[in-house]
Design a protein around this ligand. Structure first.
Ligand SMILES: C[S@@+](CC[C@H](N)C(=O)[O-])C[C@H]1O[C@@H](n2cnc3c(N)ncnc32)[C@H](O)[C@@H]1O
Length: 468
């Protein structure tokens, strides 16, 4: 992290703006709003800026900047249109350990003004490390649309009730659960409508009902994290991550998804890679049960969908056996994520009437797969965990009647920014894959629908063609 977002109180602190153009005026307005003790130095101060400064008690000095101007300041804004002067201001601030923001120049800034969504006292600050102020403004637009206009009123109202709720619910976990449910309930809606009396009545009733909440057992959500791209998380999965006390996650859960979890949530890796067996399934089951028994909000986070080729079923059985309340939050499974991002429609009216999800896990023992069925045309096969047995899978399919020219693709790290696709007729796929250094999870898709991808790219499917 290049810059630490920090809310700083500037109340009564000495700040300086150098320059008096329109950009300088905007910074002046911010500093005045933050109740800073502001001074302005500029060779010429235009009437508009001067008027604003006079109205808000800003000290004005009409002359060139001098390095001594920064001494004793808390924050300096360099807003001149002269690069040499800005450089001198930056140097003076660095020499005096004063925070400096140079307008539109991150290299000359130890502090950056973020883009702000203002629902005072709720403030959302957005920064791009000075790389793209336009992007920051776009993100602000997204947030503006998402956040209720009267969010600040809700914060004020919650602040008024805070002490009473604390008295009624001494347990921190119980209090958090209480507030989380209250702030997303009809009570909050009443505050947004300005019906504070009604909101007060409802929260008082709810408090009475919830006084015992701290004694209740926790809850487990079995959540699908999707195949990697965090934007494929469902809103429900996101809410679970935002409310979790503890998260038990697998090796296929991407860092970008984990980053969305509540900052205080404990993250426990329980992945099962072939080389490193972190925890057995029984141990994972026991961890989920114990955490829930301790009253925690538990998230069991699994790659893709929690019910597809995962051991989610066993975890559910363990939770049920101990009487622990739970839910399944579905996720986008690898088949769907990989196909979509590779431009493959899993079924296409003219090419496939069904799609099968198959595990290729047992590389040495495929006798339990119904090869004649799998080799039939007009369907799509999606094979999970098939890389190790790829050659044998393709041979079995062809030996059981599949056309060797059937289009096929191996998708590596599907939906992630560095996704790769190796595409070849099924008879040549294993050879094409051997020519690539494969790293990361892979999913195989076999069927005429794979040809749609090549057609969309305006090319005939070629052995080993690759794209990302
Ligand atoms: C144990 S299974 C879990 C499947 C998961 N529950 C799901 O619904 O996607 C793991 C396999 O899923 C597939 N997989 C998961 N994420 C993938 C990704 N981002 N790209 C390609 N394949 C992936 C691979 O075949 C991997 O070996």
């Amino acid at each position: 992290m290049e810059y630490l977002p920090l809310f700083v109180s500037l109340k009564g602190r000495a700040c300086l703006v150098v320059g008096a153009g329109s950009v300088a005026l905007r910074k002046l307005e911010w500093l005045v709003e933050a109740s800073a003790d502001v001074s302005l130095v500029a060779r010429e101060i235009p009437a508009g800026t001067g008027q604003f400064a006079a109205q808000h008690g800003v000290t004005q000095t009409e002359r060139d900047f001098e390095p001594g101007d920064v001494v004793g300041r808390y924050l300096v804004v360099a807003a001149t249109n002269d690069a040499t002067v800005n450089q001198a201001i930056y140097a003076a601030c660095e020499a005096n350990a004063v925070l400096v923001n140079t307008v539109d120049d991150a290299a000359l800034s130890s502090a950056i003004f973020p883009s702000i969504v203002n629902r005072d006292p709720v403030l959302v600050a957005i920064g791009t490390g000075g790389r793209s102020p336009t992007l920051a403004r776009l993100v602000r637009g997204w947030m503006e649309r998402r956040l209720p206009a009267r969010l600040g009123a809700l914060a004020d109202w919650a602040g008024d009730w805070r002490a009473r709720v604390k008295d009624a619910l001494p347990s921190i976990d119980a209090r958090r659960a209480f507030w989380e449910s209250t702030l997303e309930s009809s009570i909050a809606e009443a505050v947004y409508r300005g019906e504070v009396d009604a909101a007060d009545r409802q929260i008082a009733e709810r408090l009475e009902q919830n006084e015992r909440l701290g004694e209740l057992v926790g809850f487990v959500s079995l959540v699908g994290a999707g195949p990697g791209d965090p934007e494929l998380l469902t809103l429900k999965a996101l809410r679970c991550l935002e409310q979790a006390d503890v998260i038990y996650y697998d090796n296929l859960v991407s860092d970008a998804v984990l980053d969305l979890a509540r900052r205080e949530a404990k993250r426990i890796y329980v992945g099962k890679k072939r080389a490193e067996h972190t925890a057995t399934q029984d141990e994972i089951n026991a961890m989920l049960v114990d955490a829930a028994m301790a009253g925690q909000r538990v998230v069991r986070l699994k790659g893709g969908d929690p019910s597809i080729f995962s051991r989610g079923g066993e975890e559910l059985e363990a939770l049920t056996a101990h009487g622990i309340a739970h839910e399944i939050v579905p996720g986008i499974t690898a088949a769907m994520g990989c196909a979509a991002y590779a431009g493959i429609p899993l079924t296409h009216r003219d090419l496939a009437q069904s799609v099968r999800f198959v595990t290729g896990h047992r590389a040495s023992d495929r006798t339990n797969l119904d090869w004649p069925e799998l080799a039939k045309p007009d369907q799509t096969l999606v094979i999970y965990m098939g890389l190790g047995g790829l050659e044998s899978i393709c041979e079995h399919l062809i030996a059981n009647g599949m056309d060797p020219a059937t289009p096929a693709a191996l998708i590596v790290r599907g939906t992630l920014p560095d996704m790769e696709v190796v595409e070849a007729p099924v008879a040549e796929l294993a050879q094409a894959v051997r020519e690539h250094a494969i790293k990361g999870p892979t999913t195989i898709i076999i069927g005429k629908v794979v040809g749609v991808r090549a057609a969309a790219a305006g090319q005939a499917p070629a052995a080993g063609s690759e794209s990302s």
